[in-house]
Write a protein that binds this ligand. Sequence first.
Ligand SMILES: [Ca+2]
Length: 322
Amino acid sequence: MRTFCRLVSVCLLVFHCESARGAVAGREITNSIGLRLAFIPPGQFLMGSPENEPGRERQETRHAVELTRGFYLGRHEITVGQFREFVRAENFRTDAERDGKGAYGVNEAGRIEQMRPQFTWANPGFPQGDDHPVVNVSWHDAKAFLRWLSKKENRAYRLPTEAEWEYACRAGTTTAYSNGNDPEGLGFAGNGADATAREKYPGWSIGIRGKDSHIFTAPVGSFARNGFGLHDMHGNVWEWCEDWYVPDSYPMEKQTDPTGPATGTAKVQRGGGWSSDARRCRSASRVGRDPSAYRGCYLGFRVVLAAPAIEASPPDEKRKSK
Ligand SMILES: [Ca+2]
C-alpha cells in the first residue's frame, strides 16, 4: 500500500511539473519559414513604470491596459537568414540601399558610425550569422517583409502594437525587467552593453558590471526565455512596433486594445539593443524614430500573427460561443 501511495505521489509530481512547464512554454506554431510563434493569451496589465523605478522617464506614465484578444508573437527576432529569404524572393532593396545613404555601422575601433553607404542589413560592420537578428532595417523595410510573409502564407502578419509588446515582454511581471529589478540580472535575460564589450573596446563606458559574452548581436534565443516563452525581449536589438511615437502620449485612464496616437512622425521602438545601457532595456523603456530614414545597427523587429477568433478569445467568451 505504501509503495502504491509513493507511486501515485511521484505520478502527481511529474504531472504537476509537466503542467508547469506547459504553462511556461505555452502553445506554439511554426510557419513556412521556420518562424516559431508563441500564443500570448488575452489579459490585463499595468503599462508604463512606477515612479520609483531607477532609470524611469516621465513619458512612462503607468496606466491599466486590457488586451481582449490573444495573438501569436515571434519567439525570436527576425533573423538575418529569414530576411535574406525575403530579399531573394522579392529582389528587395532596403531603404539604406535604395537611397544610397546606407545605415549605422560599427567601425574597427568598435564605435558606432552614423549612416555610411557601406553599412546595410548585409554588412553592419560586425560579424553576423544567419541566426543573428537582422539589423539596419527601416520600419518600412520591416513592413515590406510582413507583406511578403502575409502573401506567402495567406495570413495577416504585422508588427506588435506597443501595448502588445510590453504585455508580452512583462509576461505577468511588474518589475523593471521580466526577471526582476536588478540590472545585473539582465545578463541572464538579454544581450545589452556589458563588460565583454568594455574589455575589448575601452572607449565603451556604459553597460552592466557583469559579462553577457556578446559584444554585438547574439544568435537569437541565446538568453533565458520569459514567462510567455519569448527570448530577447530585453536587448539584442531594439524592435519596431506598429504605433506612432509621441512622447508623453500615455493617458492616465484604462485603455482597451490601444493602438497609439493617430498620427506622428516617428514609430515606436522597444526593448533596447546590444549597445544599450540597462535602463534602455527595461520593459517600459520606449523611444521613437523616423520610419524610413532611421536604420540602426542595433534595430530589428519581430512579428505578430493574429490568432483565429475562437482561439484569441478569453476562456469565458469561448464558452459562450460554443
Ligand atoms: Ca552584450
